[in-house]
Design a protein around this ligand. Structure first.
Ligand SMILES: *[C@@H]1O[C@H](CO)[C@@H](O)[C@H](O)[C@H]1NC(C)=O
Ligand SMILES: *[C@@H]1O[C@H](CO)[C@@H](O)[C@H](O)[C@H]1NC(C)=O
Ligand SMILES: *[C@@H]1O[C@H](CO)[C@@H](O)[C@H](O)[C@H]1NC(C)=O
Ligand SMILES: *[C@@H]1O[C@H](CO)[C@@H](O)[C@H](O)[C@H]1NC(C)=O
Ligand SMILES: *[C@@H]1O[C@H](CO)[C@@H](O)[C@H](O)[C@H]1NC(C)=O
Ligand SMILES: *[C@@H]1O[C@H](CO)[C@@H](O)[C@H](O)[C@H]1NC(C)=O
Ligand SMILES: *[C@@H]1O[C@H](CO)[C@@H](O)[C@H](O)[C@H]1NC(C)=O
Ligand SMILES: *[C@@H]1O[C@H](CO)[C@@H](O)[C@H](O)[C@H]1NC(C)=O
Ligand SMILES: *[C@@H]1O[C@H](CO)[C@@H](O)[C@H](O)[C@H]1NC(C)=O
Ligand SMILES: *[C@@H]1O[C@H](CO)[C@@H](O)[C@H](O)[C@H]1NC(C)=O
Ligand SMILES: *[C@@H]1O[C@H](CO)[C@@H](O)[C@H](O)[C@H]1NC(C)=O
Ligand SMILES: *[C@@H]1O[C@H](CO)[C@@H](O)[C@H](O)[C@H]1NC(C)=O
Length: 470
């Protein structure tokens, strides 16, 4: 009930976001990189009757000024493509208060922003200064909305947010509220889409304060960065989406991408949701599609995951909010490119589709609503350590192709309900765990791989012969 409500609310919210986007306003600032600069200061460009601005920096500064003096909703209309011969950046728009649209001047035709020469600065930065008084406080939320843009060849970050996050868990101060929408955006041959990292690191954040939504947005030919590192690291590269203490309410679709050194999404106490994304024809190697650590949320109520090659779909560590996973997995190859002993930060990868460490998933079924169809599985389904888990196979409709083991369970408590464990020769391995089997189909092999494990078998257990004769 609660989940259903949330989901409807989200749809409504997204519809509203779409509708609002085509309101006409006086405050339209035009930018064109293909003409000569014909003004002295940003205060003289962009509006009707003025020369067009010739850089996004000028347009952004003009928008900040307008948001203070006149209208809190402004449009930056980009005329024509921006080629890769010059660096392109807004710089820091922390001082912009209100809603800012950043879009193609023609709502039917996308423009291309080529990042080839933008190696020094992110496309858009929202950076709070170290000294609070040096910046203008916003009394209304900040909203940035990208529409009809192709970003190509970006190896710098597209959107970089580094502010003091809201720590009041019950309400959001408007000055700390920040939303970014990508609508009808293509992100092509690029590596760092989003980096959100709190200035007040190490606190508990209100995840509703900073939200990002990718609407009808797709990433094509993305890769792990090979030039940008995690904050405070000279060893680990920045993943395409790096999220600390903030929410993605709708992830982007993804295709034809290759990740050779990072997860696709890394979330540290962040919230990651999907609305109608499609993820197809990607190679993730050993690196998880999503790595979620230290609490937060993972809600994937609709996601189609097709033709991918990977080891781990989601990796959880220290994560006690039960995730909701309703994914259609088709034609994926799981496990064949796993690299032993690699890790991301302190998190060691495991050769398993789901990895669960130091987490409690005992209340709802982990993947009961998912469909596994025609996948090739050469690794394990689940690796679990220091955790608890409920696994109910009753609604996995199509058979999966033989995982090595269903569960590798270490120091954990696992309940398996309605599961045909005979699909694997040695379904349960590991040690020191409590294994509860309810209404499941299995042979004596179920006891062979788990050292020092205790088995609890529910009385209404259906054994293989009875089950098949029904
Ligand atoms: C981007 O710009 C670079 C450098 O000018 C150029 O080589 C490349 O072809 C451009 N890419 C696209 C997709 O326009
Ligand atoms: C990048 O920009 C700099 C300075 O604007 C220019 O000198 C250089 O030729 C540009 N590089 C490319 C590949 O266009
Ligand atoms: C955009 O497309 C719609 C329908 O395809 C058309 O009616 C409209 O005139 C187009 N607008 C522009 C600015 O080209
Ligand atoms: C934007 O990207 C889409 C998808 O790759 C492509 O079809 C379209 O031609 C691109 N538009 C421009 C202006 O580059
Ligand atoms: C971006 O990529 C170009 C070409 O691969 C490279 O020359 C440049 O050093 C990279 N730099 C950054 C900061 O992204
Ligand atoms: C910052 O501003 C607040 C109120 O706006 C003021 O009380 C405080 O003294 C200022 N601090 C500095 C270092 O200027
Ligand atoms: C994650 O954040 C929430 C809200 O800020 C907080 O209640 C929770 O303790 C955090 N979890 C962890 C494991 O840090
Ligand atoms: C990174 O370093 C800064 C400054 O030393 C520190 O405040 C912050 O907590 C560090 N962040 C992480 C993730 O270690
Ligand atoms: C998956 O691969 C098959 C065979 O190569 C292809 O026919 C199908 O269109 C692909 N599906 C997607 C969603 O890309
Ligand atoms: C599991 O817990 C034990 C002791 O409580 C600890 O030593 C070990 O590092 C934990 N393992 C993982 C993978 O978190
Ligand atoms: C399992 O628990 C034991 C005893 O607490 C601990 O020594 C061991 O490191 C744990 N194993 C793992 C893989 O965390
Ligand atoms: C369980 O799986 C095995 C192997 O795939 C199959 O032969 C058997 O019919 C299944 N049993 C039931 C009851 O589904």
């Amino acid at each position: 009930m609660y989940k259903g409500f949330n989901f409807l609310f989200l749809i409504l919210f997204l519809l509203l976001a779409f509708n609002i986007s085509f309101i006409v306003s006086q405050n339209t600032i035009s930018v064109n990189y293909n003409v000569q600069r014909n003004y002295n200061s940003f205060e003289e460009c962009g509006l009707i009757g003025e020369p067009v601005c010739t850089s996004l920096e000028d347009a952004g500064n003009r928008a900040i000024l307008l948001s203070k003096t006149s209208n809190p909703t402004n449009f930056i209309n980009i005329i024509g493509n921006i080629d890769g011969s010059t660096p392109v950046t807004f710089g820091n728009l922390y001082n912009y208060c209100g809603r800012l649209f950043i879009r193609s001047s023609n709502s039917n035709i996308s423009i291309n922003i080529n990042g080839s020469n933008s190696t020094q600065q992110p496309f858009l930065t929202i950076q709070e200064a170290d000294q609070p008084n040096s910046t203008f406080p916003c009394s209304i939320p900040r909203i940035f909305q990208f529409q009809y843009i192709n970003f190509t060849n970006w190896n710098q970050t597209l959107v970089n947010i580094n502010i003091n996050h809201e720590t009041d868990l019950n309400s959001v101060n408007p000055s700390k509220s920040l939303t970014v929408y990508f609508q009808l955006v293509n992100i092509i041959s690029s590596s760092s889409i989003l980096k959100i990292y709190p200035k007040n690191f190490g606190e508990n954040y209100n995840l509703q304060a900073i939200t990002v939504a990718y609407l009808s947005t797709i990433g094509i030919d993305l890769k792990s960065s090979s030039v940008l590192f995690l904050p405070n690291s000279t060893q680990f590269y920045l993943p395409p989406i790096y999220l600390v203490g903030a929410s993605i309410i709708s992830i982007l679709s993804l295709s034809d991408s290759t990740f050779e050194s990072t997860p696709f999404i890394f979330s540290d106490n962040g919230s990651v949701s999907s609305v109608d994304s499609e993820v197809s024809n990607n190679n993730f190697y050993s690196y998880p599609f999503i790595m979620a650590v230290n609490g937060g949320k993972v809600l994937l109520p609709i996601l189609s995951f097709t033709n991918n090659s990977l080891s781990t779909f989601v990796y959880f560590s220290n994560f006690n909010n039960q995730p909701s996973i309703k994914v259609t997995f088709s034609n994926n190859i799981f496990g064949n490119s796993f690299i032993q002993n690699s890790k991301f930060m302190k998190y060691k990868y495991e050769n398993s589709i789901f990895v669960i460490k130091d987490s409690d998933f005992s209340t709802i079924d982990l993947l009961g609503y998912s469909i596994l169809n025609q996948n090739t599985i050469t690794n394990d389904l689940i690796y679990i350590v220091n955790s608890s888990l409920n696994l109910d196979n009753s609604v996995i409709r199509s058979p999966m192709l033989v995982p090595q083991h269903i569960i590798n369970s270490i120091n954990s408590s696992v309940s398996i309900i309605n599961f045909n464990l005979t699909i694997s020769e040695l379904p349960i391995v590991g040690y020191n765990s409590n294994i509860h089997l309810f209404s499941s189909v299995f042979t004596n092999n179920v006891y062979c791989g788990c050292q020092g494990c205790s088995y609890y078998i529910q009385l209404d257990l259906v054994n293989l012969n009875q089950y098949s004769s029904q």
